[in-house]
Design a protein. Structure first.
Length: 301
């Protein structure tokens, strides 16, 4: 969601730089808890199944989730500081929209002023492509490769969310006490394990292992990168750069699904398509290693 850029930009304002990772971890971890809450709230609507005669019930789940989202968003809407407490007129709104899109091009023109930020984003976008791709295709993969039904996939989703709550908050709590890049290296090792398990394992219990491993890496990777980015962003430009990041990340996220879908459709082999995601993990890891190395060199000098 593009709204992520708005609330991510609050990170440098809400806590000190030494607490950004912890807050990012708690925020992302509680997000998974919200996913579990939505699952419980909609359980009676999804339990009958996805057959055509049950679709009216299934469609009601979107209203329930929308209502839940509204309720949990109220604290942010009511209490987070706002730059303009007065309602905007339509001419003011149009002017702000023009300025926002103009700012994107201004940010691009002055990329050399934030070279490390742009290098970081390039590495993160590659990792994000792998995350987005697995998030989009994992249910299809489990259904096609292991023959799981909707009910079984939902049960694994609950397991994934439970693990994600604990792992994301846990990784976030230690991220401010050590180098984010070193923590990310450990997570990237787990990412390689996830992809290799999905590509080669044929054991009947593999779906459970996949749910556990993805729960260990999905949230922490995104939370850690968000906290790292918040520490790199100049506070005065947080809104601009987080907004730019939110916009460009949506555009960059097409490449992973495009590669996965192309390999899967042309070969009929989803395991081979999953294996291709190692390209994104390896490329993102190499770029982020260079960013971290350059940052350590600046600190030593």
């Amino acid at each position: 969601m593009l709204s992520a850029g708005l609330y991510d930009a609050y990170l440098p304002d809400l806590v000190t730089p030494h607490q950004v990772g912890k807050l990012s971890g708690w925020g992302w971890g509680l997000g998974y808890l919200g996913g579990l809450a939505c699952f419980v709230l909609t359980l009676s609507l999804t339990r009958p199944g996805l057959e055509p005669e049950h679709l009216p019930l299934f469609r009601l789940t979107f209203w329930v989730v929308a209502g839940f989202y509204l309720v949990v968003a109220l604290p942010a809407l009511l209490w987070l500081p706002r730059a303009s407490p007065q309602p905007l007129t339509w001419p003011q709104t149009r002017r702000l929209i023009r300025q926002a899109y103009g700012q994107v091009f201004t940010t691009l023109r002055h990329w050399r002023q934030h070279a490390s930020l742009f290098q970081f984003l390039a590495g993160y976008y590659l990792l994000s492509d792998a995350i987005v791709t697995l998030n989009a295709f994992i249910a299809i993969y489990l259904s096609t490769v292991f023959g799981l039904g909707v009910g079984q996939i939902l049960q694994l989703s609950v397991l994934f969310n439970l693990v994600s709550v604990v792992s994301t908050i846990g990784w976030g709590s230690v991220s401010d006490r050590t180098s984010p890049h070193r923590l990310l290296q450990s997570l990237l090792g787990l990412w390689v394990a996830v992809i290799l398990v999905m590509a080669f394992s044929t054991h009947p219990q593999t779906p459970i292992l996949i749910a556990l491993l993805t729960g260990l890496v999905f949230g922490p990777t995104q939370s850690l990168c968000r906290g790292w980015f918040a520490k790199l962003v100049p506070p005065a430009q947080a809104g601009e750069l987080f907004g730019f990041h939110a916009l460009v990340s949506r555009v960059s996220a097409i490449f992973g699904p495009l590669l996965f879908g192309s390999i899967s459709s042309s070969t009929g082999n989803q395991r081979l398509a999953v294996l291709s995601l190692l390209l994104f993990v390896a490329g993102g890891s190499w770029i982020l290693w260079r960013v971290a190395r350059a940052g350590e060199s600046r600190l030593r000098s």
